[in-house]
Ligand binder design. Structure first.
Ligand code: UT7
Length: 324
């Protein structure tokens, strides 16, 4: 039918950054952060925990589960907005780390929706290259792209990586469909500048540095509305009822966004996987990390219907449906 996931893996940095740790950096409180976001802790990379290293460990774990060796991988895609270099891509570093010599490798920049965009790309790729195997990874070190003096953002984000190995299969299992969107006209509600320009004509006068800036309330409203729309349209198109969904793994941005989305969709809360309290918002890594946790906890059985959705800077958003 399409691309199926053969194995999942994830990797989180060692260091746990608690809300109490953040109280020492900015004017905030554990109570405020928990009640507004649901987040208690997040992980922060230390030395040797660059995005490509987290990505490589997550990939190794996914390949181990899949029973696939690095030499069998044909394509590596990393969804990221916080690689330690702009060039080469994070994916090329992963290829080197794994010794995946025959793979070609590139990154996707679609912010928090990067992994979803990647799933769609891989599905289409594998439908025409049916003998190939693909490694799809979401990896972020957002701690390197956070203004640690801005309490509006520094409380939200975390570091980590998640990976899946995919191949094409005939039959019922696989990616059933996806529904993706972008709206560049709303870019200025959530964005991050590049490194300062070396060309004086292209210097952005209002570039305060390469970290995230956000209009939280606006992002919140758009996130709920857009993910709801993408999901309802996808289910209608695939003729799938909300009741037949076994598990929903949403992008782990904020517990209030998720609660609102879940109540508008009318899906049972018990079917929604949530780990935002532990890791915060890890952008492109959030869905594959949660997917790996859910998978290893035995929450996914063959033929289960899995719904994933995300929303992020761009804006970029969408939903995908998988038969496990
Ligand atoms: O993947 C998508 C990425 N982005 C997101 O998911 C973010 C979506 N937005 C949000 O999650 C929420 O908007 C936030 C958690 C960022 C903020 O929650 P909010 O309920 O929308 O708060 P607010 O921005 O309306 O601010 C309320 C008050 C303000 O004070 P005043 O103006 O009412 O006096 C803020 O200055 O809370 C203040 N505030 C804080 N107080 C303590 C803002 N940040 C903090 C903080 N600690 N960290």
């Amino acid at each position: 039918m399409g691309a199926i996931i053969l194995g999942t893996g994830s990797c989180l940095p060692e260091k746990v950054l608690s809300n109490h740790d953040l109280e020492k950096l900015v004017d905030t409180s554990d109570e405020w952060i928990q009640s507004r976001t649901g987040i208690s802790t997040r992980r922060q990379s230390g030395k040797g925990e660059e995005a490509y290293r987290l990505a490589s460990v997550a990939a190794q774990r996914a390949m181990e589960m899949a029973g696939v060796s690095a030499g069998e991988i044909d394509l590596i895609i990393v969804a990221t907005i916080s690689s330690h270099m702009t060039m080469p891509s994070c994916a090329c570093f992963v290829q080197k780390e794994l010794g995946a010599d025959r793979a070609f490798a590139y990154d996707i920049n679609a912010a928090c929706a990067g992994f979803l965009y990647g799933l769609d790309t891989v599905d289409k790729y594998l439908r025409s290259e049916r003998e190939k195997k693909v490694l799809l990874i979401g990896a972020e070190t957002l701690s390197s792209r956070t203004n640690w003096e801005d309490r509006n953002t520094c409380i939200l984000f975390g570091d980590g990586a998640g990976a899946v190995v995919l191949e094409y299969r005939d039959g019922k299992q696989g990616i059933v469909g996806s529904n993706l969107f972008s709206d560049g006209s709303l870019w200025n509600l959530l964005y991050m500048h590049s490194a300062p320009s070396c060309n004086p004509d292209l210097v952005q006068p209002d570039n305060p540095g390469s970290f995230m800036l956000m209009e939280g309330r606006e992002v919140f409203k758009h996130a709920v509305k857009c993910m709801e729309g993408a999901i309802l349209e996808l289910l209608a198109r695939e003729n799938v009822s909300m009741d037949s969904i076994t598990l929903m793994i949403p992008h782990q941005a904020n517990i209030r966004i998720l609660n609102k989305l879940v109540s508008r969709l009318g899906i049972e809360k018990e079917k929604v996987f949530i780990n935002v309290q532990k890791y915060g918002n890890t952008s492109a890594a959030s869905i594959p990390i949660a997917l790996d946790e859910a998978n290893r906890a035995g929450k996914l059985q063959p033929d289960d219907l899995l719904l994933v959705c995300s929303f992020g800077g761009g804006f970029t958003w969408g939903a995908a449906l998988l038969s496990w």
